[in-house]
Design a protein around this ligand. Structure first.
Ligand SMILES: [Fe+2]
Length: 289
């Protein structure tokens, strides 16, 4: 369907609505989460905010430990067998990203990766943690790699994930040579993000960001979650602006992701362990769950 004048008006109204709604958090916290997503973690004291830990201060860090090589090779082999299998994985609507339907079912060894991140997570969360989602996906190249102004294909536009700000994400790299050209995720530290948000240099994910891009490139503020097979990155996608990078033609980027939340007392969850629920997003794009 063609994009009409009325669609444009409707779109601008919804952007304005989002900007107005997030004004308090923009000024108070330097992010675009709801006020409750910013305040509940403070009330609950879920995170050791006074820690010198880079995840608290900068919003991301490369894990000191790398995955055991034999284990990550075994996981990679299983991943490669199913990532292109239509019965076990699903292509997203852009056709440029493939996700494994139930990673823990097909690759149960993923749970054996927990000891490599356990100490970092127990250090970050005051009252323990719970890993509530595990996803595994591959991103493919696209000609937009060459464009200065890219359209959305798979989170490749600067954005925040919308959750409580005590949520963490973990990326476990499943390829060697993940770098600027081959699809390394881009991330800005908390301070840079706050400055861009408070100064309105970042307005909304759907608004033009070429000026912001020029500024952060000039000031060398873009960090890349790069590395090799078995490298682990821990980051806060609710406080740090981030974006996927499109791999150059001929490259792919494979990843396993953990989503981590503070442990809730009086829940029937297992503290400091996996408590994964059915993945509703994958359910929505496939009928295979
Ligand atoms: Fe994201």
């Amino acid at each position: 369907m063609p994009y009409t004048f009325f669609d444009k008006i409707e779109n601008n109204i919804s952007i304005a609505g989002r900007v107005i709604k997030t004004l308090p958090s923009r000024f108070l916290f330097g992010n675009l989460q709801t006020l409750s997503n910013n305040i509940i973690p403070i009330i609950n004291k879920n995170v050791n905010f006074k820690s010198e830990n880079e995840i608290v201060q900068n919003g991301f860090k490369k894990n000191k430990l790398k995955c055991d090589y034999e284990l990550i090779e075994k996981i990679q082999k299983k991943y490669n067998l199913i990532i292109e299998d239509d019965k076990k994985s699903v292509l997203t609507s852009s056709k440029k990203k493939r996700m494994i339907i139930d990673p823990l079912k097909y690759i149960p060894e993923i749970k054996l990766l927990l000891p490599f991140v356990n100490s970092e997570l127990t250090d970050y969360y005051n009252n323990g943690f719970s890993i509530e989602q595990v996803r595994a996906w591959r991103i493919y190249s696209d000609d937009m790699y060459y464009y200065k102004k890219q359209n959305y294909i798979y989170s490749n536009i600067w954005h925040f994930d919308k959750f409580q700000v005590d949520k963490l994400n973990i990326f476990i790299l499943l390829n060697n040579n993940v770098n600027i050209e081959t699809g390394a995720t881009r991330i800005l530290d908390i301070k840079t993000t706050r400055d861009l948000i408070r100064s309105f240099k970042f307005i909304d994910t759907s608004t033009d960001k070429r000026k912001m891009d020029e500024l952060i490139i000039k000031k060398n503020k873009i960090n890349y979650l790069k590395g090799n097979l078995g490298d682990i990155w821990i980051f806060n996608a609710t406080k740090c602006l981030h974006a996927a990078s499109i791999p150059k033609p001929g490259s792919i980027r494979d990843i396993i992701q953990f989503e981590i939340y503070p442990y809730k007392f009086n829940s029937n969850l297992e503290k400091n362990n996996f408590n994964c629920k059915k993945d509703l997003y994958i359910k929505s794009i496939s009928n295979k769950v």
